[in-house]
Design a protein around this ligand. Structure first.
Ligand code: HXC
Length: 286
């Protein structure tokens, strides 16, 4: 055999490198929350696959920094700050993206907010804030990009979370919002399928270096979380980005109304602490 096998050219920790650099050529992606974390990881993956990218978020400086990084990767990038809770501001950000880059063919509804709080203690405004950012923000993004998606026969990817289907203490607000996102995803797959628009969701597990994990692992530390994940580690943002690129581009052309879990197996682990106790009782020495 001559030459280097393609798989040997990129490391296992560079999953995007295994995708074609032209896979998303001609695509324009609009990504809410794209200035940081998982959503910036998705933007990086799209950039490496040849897409033009518009990012949206609340903080202008954060967007500017992310845009510079993405441009450094050779992508055409634009941004206009908006809070996803404000449909008019979000529409202005979408309009700006379309005027700079052309019609949007991939929408990523990724902006999210999270904190631990007891259901009986948090204020109505605290609960509403997360529903407004996660669920209403996702709806606003889908609605504002619909005219573009209709023209391009594009796709929407909702960033969900296991809280949507696994009951979690002190996450009632997040669970309600993310469960709503899952149903919105399915409703739009059915309602907009006739326009050629696909709608899917991605459920990331714990991801390295994100604000979400800083918040969720804040009280306990990372080790406890890592021990709970069957693969024993956090995801890299690139690993989430690679799956987002597959689902949003031509490889996912017949995939709609589906939920994809990229969590290292975490969602499979039921009563992890009971399994750990059984293991310790049965198999630990001494
Ligand atoms: C109880 C809280 C609270 C807390 C805020 N509130 N933090 N209540 N416990 N820790 C209450 C406030 O008192 C207020 O209610 C209301 O929520 C709104 O708070 P504000 O600070 O005014 O809102 P805002 O500035 O808009 O900030 C939104 C936010 C914030 C969600 C509260 O945390 C944020 O901006 N987060 C964005 C980044 C983020 O969270 N990323 C992680 C996403 S991870 P009152 O009644 O006082 O007015 C994720 C899931 C990942 O989504 C899952 C992985 C497994």
């Amino acid at each position: 055999m001559t030459g280097t096998p393609a798989a040997a050219k990129t490391s296992d920790h560079d999953p995007i490198g295994h995708l074609s650099p032209t896979m998303l050529e001609g695509h324009v992606a609009f990504i809410t929350g794209g200035g940081s974390g998982i959503n910036l990881g998705i933007a990086r993956a799209f950039a490496r696959c040849g897409a033009a990218i518009a990012i949206c978020g609340r903080t202008e400086e954060r967007l500017a920094g992310a845009a510079e990084e993405l441009r450094g990767m050779g992508a055409k990038v634009t941004y206009k700050a908006a809070d996803v809770r404000d449909p008019e501001a979000l529409q202005a950000s979408v309009d700006h993206a379309v005027s700079e880059l052309g019609d949007i063919s991939i929408t990523v509804a990724g902006a999210a907010g999270n904190f631990f709080a007891k259901a009986e203690e948090m204020s109505a405004n605290a609960f509403r804030t997360v529903v407004d950012i996660d669920l209403m923000g996702a709806y606003h993004a889908a609605r504002a990009t619909f005219p573009s998606l209709q023209k391009t026969r594009g796709s929407i990817l909702f960033i969900s979370a296991s809280q949507a289907f696994k009951a979690t203490k002190y996450q009632a607000h997040v669970g309600a919002a993310k469960a709503g996102i899952e149903m919105l995803m399915k409703d739009l797959a059915v309602e907009w399928g006739g326009h050629g628009i696909r709608s899917n969701s991605l459920v990331p597990g714990p991801v390295e270096g994100t604000e979400g994990m800083a918040r969720l692992a804040g009280p306990t530390g990372d080790d406890l979380w890592k021990r709970a994940v069957p693969l024993g580690r956090y995801a890299q943002t690139e690993e989430i980005g690679a799956m987002a690129a597959v689902l949003s581009g031509p490889l996912g052309a017949y995939v709609t109304g589906s939920q994809y879990t990229v969590d290292g197996g975490l969602g499979l682990v039921g009563s992890g602490h009971i399994s750990d106790a059984v293991e310790k009782a049965l198999f630990s020495e001494g």
